[in-house]
Structure formats: C-alpha cells, structure tokens
Ligand binder design. Structure first.
Ligand SMILES: [Zn+2]
Length: 186
C-alpha cells in the first residue's frame, strides 16, 4: 500500500481544507497532509537500514525500530513536532498549521492501514499498551507493479473525485477568483 496512501490522503486533505476554509475562513497548507501520508512508514525505512545491525549487536534488539513502531500516538506526536519544526525553520510555514496537518496526515495513514490490514497496532506507544487489530475490510493483494492494490486504488480515486466535487461545489467562486488572481500576476 504505497500509491493508495497518497490518493486517499489527497481526498482527505481536500475535505479537511474545505471544512477549515468554510468554518474558520482560512486555508490550511493541506499539501502537508498528503506529504505526510507516508510519514509513519519511515519506520520501515529505518528497519531496513538497521536490520544488518541486529545480527551484529543482538543485545540491542529490543531497541531496534521495526515496521509498525511509528504507528501509534506517541510516535505520531514526536514525528509531527519534529517535521513541523523543520517546515517552520526551512520553509517558513506557520508552526501550528504545519503541526495540525502533520498530525492529521499521520493519523489518517494509520487509519488507512487499520482498514486495509489485519496487523496489530499498539495505540499508545511502540510495543506498549492497548493493542488494536486491523479490520482488513479491503484486503491488499499487492499488484499494480508492486505499488498498490487495484481495488483500494480505485476506491481512493472515487473518494478523490467526490472530494474534488465537494470542494468545487462549496468553494467554486473562490477557486475562480484565486485562479484569476494568479493569471493576472503573469
Ligand atoms: Zn503504515
């Protein structure tokens, strides 16, 4: 499940953007929600890098990060604080807005994993506390050249079309205004 995370989170981000804009009248940097769609899965990347070390230093095995360790509340908060700080420092994005988008993106990633997989998730912290077993409502078989499962992908595309329709319906005039302002600048 790689491509689907982006498609699903794009749909989710658009809906969040519409709600925030309608309710509070300003636009969140919703691209951060899409960009953080894969963020909890960096535990997989770290595991791959650390894997050879597990054989060299088996005594530290309980400390090694494995896939799933960043799929919980503590890890999501730490990741969001860290990346919000980076986005604020290097891209001058408002810290609070970046933090909110990161939290939403990461939680949505875990929610998608929870729906698709039947893996066990530790809710509070890695390998600690209450365990939740994924419901596996849309079982992944892994095709699309290893990048995703067609049915999950198709559902994501459908959600994206619905989200874009909702955005267009509610923010139609504003969209047109925004585009005309951008066009005038060129
Ligand atoms: Zn994941």
């Amino acid at each position: 499940m790689y491509l689907e995370h982006f498609i699903w989170s794009a749909a989710f981000a658009i809906i969040v953007g519409v709600i925030v804009e309608r309710r509070w009248g300003y636009s969140l940097p919703i691209w951060i929600i899409c960009a953080s769609a894969m963020l909890p899965d960096i535990d997989y990347l770290i595991q791959t890098i650390m894997y050879p070390l597990m054989f060299i230093f088996p005594i530290f095995n309980p400390l090694f990060i494995t896939h799933g360790d960043f799929h919980n509340i503590v890890a999501v908060i730490i990741l969001s604080l860290l990346f919000a700080w980076l986005l604020n420092k290097y891209m001058k994005i408002d810290y609070n807005n970046a933090f909110i988008c990161l939290i939403l993106g990461c939680i949505f990633h875990i929610f998608c994993d929870y729906i698709v997989y039947t893996a066990t998730f530790h809710v509070i912290a890695p390998r600690f506390g209450y365990e939740l077993v994924g419901i596996g409502i849309l079982p992944e078989r892994g095709t699309l050249y290893g990048l995703g499962e067609p049915i999950i992908f198709a559902v994501g595309i459908l959600c994206l079309i619905i989200a874009l329709s909702i955005k267009f319906y509610y923010l139609e005039n504003k969209w047109i205004e925004d585009i005309s302002v951008v066009c005038e600048e060129f």
